[in-house]
Design a binder for this molecule. Structure first.
Ligand SMILES: Cc1cc2nc3c(=O)[nH]c(=O)nc-3n(C[C@H](O)[C@H](O)[C@H](O)COP(=O)(O)O)c2cc1C
Length: 151
């Protein structure tokens, strides 16, 4: 059994929609356990126990959300050197930009040496059906990749 961990923060609904769509896409794979956790509920043991990780955050003040930064601060040193090569992907919801959230998360995750499986999914202004479909495809691809051992 493989584990896909999705960790996200939201103060509204959009990042939740993205994260839930990834979980839905991965849900068709019986050999993958999907764990959908808010940043506040997730910690280093969750990351260490995950075979793939998806992070989701709104862009706040040109950066990742404060709760995502808190999560990364709490897990970084316990996970550094222990999760290298595991696949990860990023979901961002933003009002008009998103670049600051993307670059800030990617810079920190670079230190964990995770393997980025695709470019971030960015929902600007609204979460469209096309964006949700891309999130579901990401979940399905990660789940299939874990089962097939392609990572
Ligand atoms: C305090 C605050 C700061 C924000 N700063 C930015 C920003 O710098 N750039 C941007 O594009 N959107 C910004 N937004 C808009 C949010 O990123 C956007 O509404 C996002 O979709 C919210 O996602 P959520 O529904 O998951 O909370 C900000 C929103 C709030 C509440």
């Amino acid at each position: 059994m493989k584990t896909l961990l999705i960790v996200y923060h939201t103060r509204g609904v959009k990042t939740t929609q993205l994260a839930e769509a990834v979980a839905k896409g991965a849900g068709g794979e019986p050999d993958v356990r999907v764990r959908l956790l808010r940043c506040v509920d997730a910690g280093p043991q969750d990351v260490l126990g995950a075979d793939a990780i998806v992070l989701g955050t709104p862009e706040n003040f040109g950066y990742m959300s404060g709760m995502m930064k808190d999560f990364l601060e709490r897990i970084f040193y316990e996970c550094e050197g222990k999760v290298a090569g595991r696949p990860w992907a990023l979901l961002v919801s933003a009002g008009q930009d998103g670049a600051g959230a993307i670059s800030s998360v990617e810079r920190i995750v670079t230190g964990l040496r995770l393997k980025k499986v695709q470019e971030p999914i960015l929902a600007l202004k609204e979460v469209t059906p096309e964006i949700l479909a891309r999130c579901e495809e990401l979940g399905a691809a990660l789940a299939a990749g874990l089962v097939l051992g392609v990572y």
